[in-house]
Design a protein around this ligand. Structure first.
Ligand code: NA7
Length: 518
């Protein structure tokens, strides 16, 4: 939406093709119960427009999905975006036509369109993945994927509900569904380190303070590693006494949002000994919250340290397992065998269900690209080029694919950064580059192969020091669909948003070095 607004304001002829029947992207598709921000609402809205900031009040510190979707609609209305959007147009193919110097896109229903330049804004977590389990089609009850949730209300009352998946989505959905389900069975393959969200309504006084300090809020986000409002404590975890360490862990655990992940000792995500200390703290928290000690052990992750996967923020998740109507099935103990017409069968027998909810995540980061047949110069398929992992220049362009920009693409900072904040930077960079080209009468831009090589190596080097690269997760390109084919892949730029922005500024100052313009 910002790309449309910005490029249109810069005098370009822009048109958006959107698969959904309305705006909202992630917030349009992910309408499962419990869906909400894991970042402070007032840090997540667009910052580019005084008017948008002035005329929108967030009602909660961590906005629920319906309010966020209303916000997206508010932005679309205020900026009069819909007149340049074709909805219900799912792009199946995009081909570069060298002789015309144009891209041609084709929708799944055969409609076509042409443009000199394409800017993708197809998301990093937008290609939902169903698990590859035999019998998925056989189930006779209700079945939903959280990322393709129906628009009609879904009732859980009196039903036997099964949830598969305990990532950020599963954790939010489970907590909410447990409130009304007749019986809830949670099928857990890997537990995650979850921590309290500590949401609450925004009172009038706080609302006024937020409005009065937006400039400061966004400046703080801009200077932090991931564009979150939380910035790391400058000390290393092992530099202080055990008591001081514990005190900061308690303090951040009691704070809202990602304070415990992003606002902790600076080395907990890079130094294993430091990470062990916070992991031990989180382990004790789970034990204290779950009444049955054996169950608590099952909910404690064994294969990764705290924060090496995105931390699901919860509002009573662990307490759900103290409820009489909730049961945890540990799929590592009793592996899943198949979906049956009546429920889910594990090695210990069949669990009869009225509803199955697949909270099984996304073919992350490259999935949305792989689902479009993107062909560059000489008919080269992007999927083939990225078969062993993405190769890009600044996450924004790909050698061999002229006039194609990939906002929040693989290897951009946006993927280790809060999306809206980094989207704004990405859009402004692309807008600046296109204006630069227009002034010079240039019509074609393509990443230089050498610039792509250098950026790809830099992304790999930067990732190497981070603990998260040694763990299976969507951030390392491992998901149920791709796990066995590609293994762990460096998918994100982990140098942090400020370094990424600096690099982009240097590129601009050097006349868009690394981009071949003609
Ligand atoms: P995630 O974080 O990728 O979680 C997917 C979950 O589904 C995870 O617990 C998986 O277990 C589980 N899963 C996937 N396939 C299977 C099969 N076949 N059997 C059992 N369990 C399975 O996706 P989310 O939607 O929760 O969150 C993604 C991001 O979106 C999140 O970080 C926020 O930024 C927003 P596994 O861990 O692979 O063992």
């Amino acid at each position: 939406m910002y790309a449309l607004h910005r490029l249109r304001a810069q005098g370009f002829n822009v048109h958006v093709y959107e698969a959904g029947v309305d705006v909202g992207g992630t917030w349009y598709w992910n309408r499962y119960p419990g869906a909400r921000f894991d970042s402070e609402s007032w840090t997540y809205g667009y910052s580019f427009s005084e008017e948008l900031l002035r005329d929108w009040d967030w009602s909660e510190h961590f906005s629920p999905q319906p309010e966020t979707l209303r916000y997206c609609n508010f932005v679309a209305d205020r900026l009069d975006l819909r007149r340049d959007i074709t909805f219900g147009f799912r792009v199946a193919a995009a081909r570069w036509d060298e002789s015309a110097g144009q891209w041609e896109i084709e929708a799944t229903d055969g409609r076509r369109a042409r443009a000199r330049l394409i800017v993708t804004a197809i998301g990093a977590l937008s290609a939902p993945v169903m698990p590859k389990i035999p019998g998925v089609e056989d189930f006779r009850g209700e079945a939903y994927h959280t990322g393709l949730w129906p628009h009609q209300p879904v009732s859980f009352a009196g039903k036997r509900v099964g949830v598969l998946g305990t990532g950020a989505t599963g954790v939010q959905a489970i907590t909410e569904i447990a409130k009304t389900a007749g019986h809830l069975t949670v099928f857990q393959r890997s537990p995650n380190w979850c921590a309290p969200l500590r949401n609450g309504p925004i009172d009038e006084e706080t609302q006024q303070r937020i409005h009065a300090t937006y400039a400061e809020i966004f400046a703080r986000c801009r200077d932090s590693y991931g564009c979150f409002i939380h910035d790391a404590d400058p000390r290393n975890a092992m530099e202080v006494s055990a008591e001081e360490r514990e005190a900061l862990y308690e303090k951040t655990y009691a704070l809202p949002g990602f304070a415990k992940w992003m606002g902790n000792f600076r080395d907990i995500l890079v130094d294993r000994a430091a990470n062990d200390t916070i992991t031990d703290f989180m382990r004790r928290k789970i034990r204290a919250r779950v009444k049955d000690p054996a169950l608590a052990e099952k909910l404690i992750p064994k294969n990764h340290g705290f924060g090496t996967r995105r931390v699901p923020l919860e509002s009573g998740y662990y307490e759900v397992f103290n409820q009489a109507n909730v049961r945890l099935v540990d799929l590592r103990e009793t592996p899943l065998e198949r979906i049956t017409p009546a429920g889910i069968r594990t090695s210990s027998g069949e669990h009869a269900l009225d509803m199955i909810i697949y909270a099984t995540g996304f073919d992350a980061i490259t999935g949305a690209f792989d689902r479009i047949d993107i062909r560059g110069r000489g008919g080269e398929a992007l999927k083939d080029k990225w078969a062993k992992g993405p190769r890009t220049y600044l996450g924004l362009q790909i050698a061999g694919f002229p006039n194609l920009f990939t906002l929040i693409g693989p290897h951009s900072a946006a993927l280790f950064c809060n999306m809206t904040r980094c989207i704004e930077q990405n859009v402004e960079f692309v807008g600046g580059l296109l204006t630069h080209m227009r002034k010079r009468g240039q019509a074609r831009v393509e990443a230089a192969p050498q610039a792509e090589d250098e950026w790809t190596s830099h992304v790999h080097e930067t990732a190497a020091r981070m603990l998260f690269t040694q763990v299976d997760s969507w951030m390392t390109g491992v998901h149920s669909e791709g796990k066995h084919t590609r293994g762990r892949t460096v998918m994100v730029y982990a140098g942090g948003a400020p370094k990424f922005r600096e690099r982009c500024e240097e590129v601009v100052a050097a006349g868009y070095a690394g981009f071949e313009l003609r």
